[in-house]
Write a protein that binds this ligand. Sequence first.
Ligand code: ZN
Length: 85
Amino acid sequence: MQRRLRSASMKKTRVRVPSGTVMRFRRKKPNYMQCGSCGAKMVRKRLRQSGVAKLSKIGKRPERPLPHLCPGCMREQMKMRARGL
Ligand SMILES: [Zn+2]
């Protein structure tokens, strides 16, 4: 098997063809981004590199602190930091 097909982002499927069964590979569809703390589903799906290239400069970078957390968890985290816990 080619090295690039062994990636976790590739999905392996069996396809029946006249000569028997063959393996076919395709890229997995991107899933929703998840909160790093509670695992809640975020608004946007993960982007492929081609999708990132189409975004504006402001769309690429986070506009609020702790972008890996959902809004609720971010608020809690900011409170904890302000209180020095
Ligand atoms: Zn969360």
